[in-house]
Design a protein around this ligand. Structure first.
Ligand SMILES: O=C(O)CCC(=O)C(=O)O
Ligand SMILES: [Fe+2]
Length: 303
């Protein structure tokens, strides 16, 4: 493969799974970096791999017939899952299960979360020069033993070890989604009213390695309904704040973002000033690369 000889990967070739099929299907920026390839070289190499993929499959991500991936809407045996995005070319999927959690139970959870969590008000040092807190309250919960600080844009959220009552909420939701593993972290947001929001972003932080691996993020909405907006990257003619699709997320709804979604799609819950009541959202994620820089000593598949 000329990529290995002239493309700058030569010195790592022994560690890289380069038998034709693996190269095309399994190779990601992440596993190149794991074998010691510097980030820049890995990115450049992946561009070439994607050209090869486009030649062979007419798409940049491995198709599911080549590299298996079951979506929650396909495996979710409990609950009525609706696939809202099935973008095969980008290996990107999203699904919703309406009223997955019975309303009374969902209100009990809302109350627990609102009153028991030590909500944080971090500042965004990158996008908010005024030094004001981000426009929502937040918590980053982690499994016992994990000490990962969650850093995104200019925000750093210290870890909060998941209490048993929160584990109970997680287990119930994971069961409905039919995931065979338990996520080991959860980002929790409290939107006090429609003036609170989260702007356009992807959950592509290194902790979750979602930019170059198939990952699943499971999300639970509690309280007032809000609009969850999606925007496919690189679509021409879409205005800055315009979505390419959106759906309302209501009390007790579960939804997912799956596969390479964090690489190809942005998402947001933007201001809706007419909303007067609070909403709490939980997004369970899998930390696969623990944050050693900020003092976590655990190791995952990514480190
Ligand atoms: O509130 C939501 O539904 C989305 C939250 C979100 O995108 C995040 O926590 O990263
Ligand atoms: Fe997000």
């Amino acid at each position: 493969m000329s990529l290995l000889e002239e493309g700058g990967l030569g010195q790592w070739s022994r560690q890289i799974p380069v038998n034709g099929f693996d190269l095309l299907t399994q190779l990601t920026e992440g596993n190149l970096q794991k074998t010691g390839v510097p980030e820049f070289t890995a990115k450049e190499a992946m561009k070439k791999i994607e050209l090869l993929r486009q030649g062979l499959w007419a798409q940049v991500e491995p198709p599911r017939r080549e590299l298996a991936l079951d979506t929650v809407a396909e495996i979710g045996i409990k609950g009525d899952w609706e696939q809202v995005i099935a973008d095969e070319a980008c290996r990107s999927y999203a699904a919703v299960c309406r009223q997955a959690i019975d309303s009374d139970l969902a209100w009990q959870w809302f109350e627990w979360l609102e009153t028991r969590l030590p909500w944080q008000d971090p500042t965004d040092t990158k996008y908010r020069a005024d030094g004001k807190a981000i426009p929502r309250r937040t918590i980053f919960s982690v499994a016992k033993g994990c000490n990962c600080t969650y850093k995104y844009s200019g925000v750093a959220v210290k870890p909060y070890v998941e209490p048993d009552w929160l584990a109970e909420i997680r287990e119930k939701c994971v069961d409905i989604a039919g995931l065979d593993e338990q996520p080991n972290s959860c980002n929790i947001n409290l939107y006090r009213d429609g003036n609170d929001q989260v702007g356009w972003h992807t959950d592509d932080e290194p902790l979750f390695e979602g930019e170059y691996n198939d990952i699943c993020i499971l999300s639970l909405s509690l309280g007032s309904s809000r609009t969850f907006q999606l925007k496919k990257k690189g679509v021409k003619g879409v205005a800055r704040n315009e979505a390419t699709s959106s759906f309302v997320v209501s009390h007790g709804d579960l939804c997912t973002m799956e596969g390479r979604f964090q690489r190809h799609y942005l998402h947001a819950v933007l201001r809706e000033p007419e909303v007067e009541e609070p909403r709490i959202n939980l997004t369970w994620r899998f930390i696969t690369k623990h944050n050693h820089d900020d003092g976590c000593t655990l190791h995952g598949p990514g480190n």
